[in-house]
Design a protein around this ligand. Sequence first.
Ligand code: FPP
Length: 243
Amino acid sequence: MARAKKTELPRVDERLQSIGIIMDGNGRWAKRRLLPRSAGHVAGAKAIQPILEDLRKIGIHHVTLYAFSTENWKRPEEEVTGLMELIYKYLDEVVIPKIRADENFCMRFLGDKARLPEKLRNKCIEVEEMAGEREFVCNLALNYGGRDEIIHAVNEAIKDGCSPITEEDISRRMYTSHSPDPDLIIRTAGELRVSNFLIWQGAYSELFVTDTLWPDFSRADIIAAIEAFYKRKRRFGGLDKEE
Ligand code: FPP
């Protein structure tokens, strides 16, 4: 008999405040249903808000979602355009009403907005201007790449006359300077790689990879990820007292 999936949400403590998610598998989700890839992205977009709500309920304060990478421009034009429109719609129809209704929720964007279509760029600016720092921050990585971000931060540090450049100089100039480094990075759809996501900030993040495809990612998967996190020993390169 299959075991019932757990649905009771745990509570996290100060060890787990920031989570990154690589939302992968929309295409495979659609393919399994003989649907176009765009249907997978639509299902993926629908999965986001309930997950954010659950993460917030358990006490997480910062969630960073990988929505579109600097490499995703290589996809067919039709898919890229569809994703840009879907993200615009999500911001307009879900995020803006959410920020209006909930004084604890805000959204920030990671990545160079300059390459985004003008309509989406303006929507991102509108979203960021609606709310300053709030209790729960969702960072949406859009036209984001970890290498690109590091180059950007180093160039800013040079412009600001930092010499020699320190770790702190770079961290302060990252797109994520308002959020702590992720304690945990979750990747859906089974691939064992970080794909240029938060490569600076994720240096000591715990990784949790699940075979669940992003549109199917549910409360039971969150619980599994949290349980796995609390079984890990984080040493940050040091040793445990007893070692
Ligand atoms: C990839 O699945 C996933 C993405 C391109 C990023 C995540 C996008 C969404 C969740 C949809 C819309 C986003 C927002 C913010 C509304 P894939 O196409 O690489 O899947 P595959 O590896 O199975 O082909």
